[in-house]
Design a protein around this ligand. Structure first.
Ligand code: ADP
Length: 541
């Protein structure tokens, strides 16, 4: 039995106690001594300055976003995009947002240089009461305050995620330190909005160890961006590192399967509200196929589960102002300019240069989730002399190698960009005619939204957010946004692509109308931000 831990986390550590604790525990200080110990400047959202307080929806709500990645500091997937764009959209909805992130070493130096020291304190964490340094570095940018939790022991690795052996302690520390930092900064939000399993323990800590402290007045929301990743590991490790009391290690809260412990499950149980990133995914995850072992848990908590579809940041994803495109365009001149972007893309990638080829893009993590076994199976059938395929992604070596193989076999028609490259992604969104997203499951998916914004027609499987955002093209009425298929079968994918090619090659005027309609579809964050705001108002502190 681990020793009983001592009480933790006073609202705001009293100076003398902090010094006492610092003497006892080794101090892992990442904040350079040279950094002046001045508090970061307070800012208010620019929306208020621009529109005037009265023009904004009332009342104002304060929200702490807690998550493990955020563009442009660190991004491995869609979560990074959401953590960047949603706070900005919320600030236009009169929300005062603070984003709390780990200060990973891999955050580019240009941002590290702009961070301002906000304070530090010691916090005990483990079940034997080990004490850890928590530094707070702040960066204020465009009306959003970013507070980076600093600790060299946990965040000095190159990448945000390593393996669960390392990641369980790291995100136990982060979840607790985020709440302790809010108390320390004396900033008590109405809502604590947590994202994915890495922040899964936040709602649990909030109602247990932090009960009675100022931050506990907040209501908590946890958003599921991808249920596949849960922070599921040996219960002894989570028990030790979280320092949470034994009574939480039961099958309604933290335990799962054969006595393992699950950080996400605890957060889902303790949060006041659960959201996920589309309505369809909210239903799907209550079934065994999509529920990743938590379907029964989610059915039990279904009354507090909602789906809100993500948006994209239309200032970054703007084909008219995109500096990475050879020929920027909008809906008025997309037909002509897309051809220029297509030819530039073909030239860059060593493909046969021909504006009449049907170019299919695929921008994705190369994992089973993304339906790549289907793509692999049909790729030879796609390459018919009129079609080119451009892949951009990294991931499972099997898929990386198979796309390299196809590039080699179909020189001039297939290009495998096995890399992570934001610039290349922009060029593919602009230069391709269609974008493939045949996912096995897809909580929301951002690539199909970006594609539509760039006049690139999505070809998707009807699952999760893909189903909610891509209306199937109806050849009789001419309505719809893209081409879809339902069952996870390779020939249905091939059929959807062939339907798209038929319209492209034989009814170009209808194709062009579809492209323009996609460009005009509202895929911005405004809609989602309004729904989140309504949720924040529903949850009275
Ligand atoms: P997920 O979060 O499951 O990876 P999403 O569709 O929600 O998938 O988000 C993927 C995001 O990552 C999009 O912004 C997409 O453009 C970007 N992306 C994915 N792979 C790459 C890559 N290899 N290079 C550049 N951007 C990429």
């Amino acid at each position: 039995m681990p020793a009983k831990k001592k009480p933790v986390t006073e609202p705001a550590p009293v100076k003398d106690e902090t010094k006492e604790a610092a003497k006892k525990a080794p101090r892992k200080r990442a904040v350079k001594a040279a950094v002046p110990e001045t508090p970061a400047p307070e800012v208010s959202a620019p929306a208020a300055a621009v529109f005037g307080e009265e023009a904004l929806p009332q009342p104002r709500r304060s929200v702490a976003f807690i998550g493990s990645e955020c563009y442009p500091f660190v991004k491995t997937g869609g979560l990074g995009d959401v953590m960047y764009a949603l706070p900005r959209a919320l600030s236009r909805q009169n929300c005062d947002v603070k984003v709390i992130l780990p200060r990973y070493r891999c955050i580019p130096q240009q941002y590290q240089d702009k961070m301002v020291y906000r304070g530090d304190f010691m916090m005990d964490l483990c079940s034997d009461g080990r004490s850890f340094f928590v530094g707070i570095m702040e960066y204020v940018w465009d009306g959003v305050v970013y507070d980076f939790i600093d600790n060299e022991e946990f965040f000095s690795w190159g990448n945000p995620y390593t393996d669960l052996v390392e990641d369980i302690p790291k995100y136990c520390f982060f979840s607790k330190a985020a709440l302790a930092a809010l108390n320390y900064m004396d900033w008590h939000p109405d809502i604590v909005h947590c994202h994915d399993w890495q922040a899964g323990l936040v709602p649990v800590y909030l109602r247990t160890e932090f009960a009675g402290t100022p931050v506990a007045n907040a209501k908590s929301i946890i958003t599921i961006h991808n249920l596949r990743f849960q922070g599921l590991f040996y219960n002894e490790r989570l028990r030790y590192w979280s320092g949470l009391p034994d009574y939480l290690f039961n099958y309604d809260v933290l335990l799962q399967d054969h006595g393992d412990a699950n950080m996400f499950k605890g957060g889902l149980a303790y949060a006041d509200m659960i959201t996920t990133v589309s309505n369809t995914y909210a239903s799907e995850i209550q079934t065994p196929f999509y529920g990743e072992g938590l379907d029964a848990h989610l059915r039990y908590h279904a009354p507090k589960l909602r789906g809100i579809v993500n948006g994209i940041d239309c200032s970054i994803w703007n084909s008219l102002t995109d500096p990475l495109l050879v020929a920027p365009y909008d809906a008025a001149d997309v037909t002509a300019k897309k051809k220029k972007n297509k030819k530039a893309l073909q030239a860059t990638l060593g493909l046969n240069i021909d504006e009449d080829k049907f170019v299919i893009g695929l921008i994705s993590r190369l994992t089973d989730q993304k339906g790549l076994d289907l793509v692999n199976a049909i790729l030879p059938e796609l390459i018919d002399g009129n079609t080119q395929v451009v892949v951009l992604g990294t991931g499972d070596p099997f898929y990386e190698d198979s796309f390299r193989y196809y590039e080699n076999t179909y020189k001039g028609s297939v290009c495998a960009n096995i890399m992570y490259d934001e610039g290349r992604a922009h060029q593919i969104y602009a230069g391709a005619d269609a974008l493939l997203v045949p996912s096995l499951f897809e909580p929301c998916g951002l690539t199909q939204l970006i594609a539509m914004r760039y006049g690139t027609v999505p070809i998707v499987r009807e699952t999760g957010g893909l189903k909610d955002t891509v209306e199937p093209y109806n050849m009789y009425t001419g309505e719809g946004n893209g081409f879809t298929f339902d069952r996870y079968e390779q020939h249905l994918l091939l059929d959807a692509i062939n339907r798209a090619k038929t319209i492209y090659f034989t009814e170009r005027d209808h194709w062009d109308e579809l492209v323009v309609r996609d460009m005009k579809k509202d895929v911005s964050w405004d809609n989602a931000a309004k729904q989140y705001r309504a949720l924040y108002l529903e949850l009275k502190p």
